[in-house]
Each structure stands twice: as C-alpha cells, then as structure tokens.
Design a binder for this molecule. Structure first.
Ligand code: GLU
Ligand code: ZN
Length: 253
C-alpha cells in the first residue's frame, strides 16, 4: 500500500486520556507499517464545548508521549468556507432541508424525517439535514470484517448542522476526511455505527472511492462502561504527574 494518509482527530473538549493514547498507537503504527502519513486534526466543531486550553494540553501531551504528526491540518472551526462549498452542491440537488425539531421531539437516534417536505428554509436557527434514502452501505472493516449498515434505518435524515450554528461531527469529519485525502480512518469501535452514514455522506459530497476503515477495541473502565474524559484517573496529565513515564503510559493503553 502506498499513499496511505490517516489522521488523529481529537475534540478539544477534555484532556487526553488512555483511550486517546490507544487510538494514537493504532494510527501511528498503521502509518509507519505502510509508509504513510498522519494528519493531526483538532475537531472543534462544537463551539460551545471546545476550549483552547484543552487544545493546548492535547498537543503538549501528544508531543510528550512521542506522537509526532506529519502535518497539522486546519481545525474544524476554520473550515466554514469549505463546508459551505460542499453543502451548496448538495443543496442544489435538493438533498438538504431545514428542521425545527428539538432533541426531545426526535426522542432517540432514529429521526423520523418529520420535517422532510415541509420546505423549511436553511436559516441559521434551524437544524440542517441531508436525506438518507434507504440502501445498505457495505464495507469491510480491516479489523472487524464485513459490515452492512442502512443509515435510513439507523439515523434517518442526517443532521449536518445544528440550530446553534455548529456543524456536526458527522459532517465535519466526513468532509474533512474527503477533502484532506484521508485514505484510512482508524478509530475506536464506538464509532463503527457512524461509518455507513459517513460513507454515504462522502459519496453524496462527491467522493468516488470511500476511505478504508479500521475500528479497534476500546479500553473499558469495566466490562460495560467505556472510559470517558471525566475519568481523571486515566488522564495522561494525571498519570504523568504521578510519575509515570511516557513509555509506561503508552504500554498501558
Ligand atoms: N473527534 C472524534 C473523537 O474525539 C474523532 C472521531 C473520528 O476519529 O472519526 O472521538
Ligand atoms: Zn425535524
């Protein structure tokens, strides 16, 4: 394999923890094994929850751990023009509509496409959604094997921008992966369910060849609970402050 481009894409909404470290190991090891490149992308699409202090801390902790990216690409808050340009193409094809539903109206993961056909304009104070017509997205995960997902049954018409004016993770990450030439998306298994919709969205946006995906097991806090950013005991900062070496932290992850 040549021309491999992968990425490490943390959200600056908390400190780096062991879950990130495991992901970084997979990303950098894959790139090294294939002579590829690692992009570092700060996913600060959520303007309310992202903080520059977290971004600083993530970059410092990553460097201290010895993970050096080949390139730092623009953070998502700087990508508005690119996102709008891709969006325009979808709007022109009638694939995007405004939605006034609240989270409570939707009531779960599967949106019932309630506002499709209501003709709600794409103003800044409504959600923007892209149509997900019925159809299976099949792909072969490099670790988890063959998968088949139908976004119309998992999530319905996909929110790409929320009523607060934030581009969503699904949209920002998908468009960035496409436009930044990411060939291999390597991330935790908690995002496996997002992959079919991201493949669909990328194709609608004009991507001819989908990315290849690898989802790796998560570090669990217990048999049923995954680690979260609020688990301070697994924060890289705290482990470092407790005297642990970078090497030990990497090997723990
Ligand atoms: N920003 C996402 C996260 O922190 C990255 C998801 C992805 O790799 O696609 O979980
Ligand atoms: Zn709606």
């Amino acid at each position: 394999m040549s021309g491999v481009i992968t990425r490490f894409a943390p959200a600056p909404t908390g400190f780096l923890h062991l879950g990130h470290v495991r992901n970084a190991r997979y990303v950098w090891e894959f790139a090294r094994a294939h002579g590829g490149r690692v992009l570092l992308r700060i996913e600060d699409h959520d303007r309310q929850r992202s903080r520059p202090e977290f971004e600083d801390a993530i970059l410092k902790d990553l460097a201290w751990l010895g993970f050096v990216p080949d390139e730092i690409v623009p953070r998502q808050s700087e990508r508005d023009a690119a996102y709008r340009q891709v969006l325009d193409g979808l709007v022109a094809r009638g694939l995007v509509y405004g939605c006034t539903c609240t989270r409570a109206d939707v009531g779960g993961d599967l949106y019932a496409n309630t506002c499709r056909g209501r003709g709600i304009a794409l103003t800044d104070d409504v959600n923007w959604r892209v149509r997900m017509d019925p159809g299976v997205e099949a792909f072969v995960d490099l670790l988890m094997g063959p998968q088949a997902q139908d976004p119309s049954q998992q999530c319905g018409d996909l929110m790409i921008r929320d009523r607060l004016g934030n581009w969503t993770y699904q949209w920002a990450a998908t468009i960035d992966d496409y436009l930044q030439g990411v060939t291999h998306v390597i991330r935790g298994a908690d995002l496996l369910d997002s992959t079919g919709r991201q493949i669909r969205l990328a194709r609608l946006a004009g991507r001819n060849e989908p990315a290849v995906f690898l989802h790796h097991p998560l570090i669990m806090k217990s048999a049923t609970q995954k680690l979260s950013k609020s688990d301070r005991d697994t924060g890289v900062r705290d482990l470092r402050a407790a005297g642990m070496s970078a090497e030990t932290i990497r090997s723990l992850s």
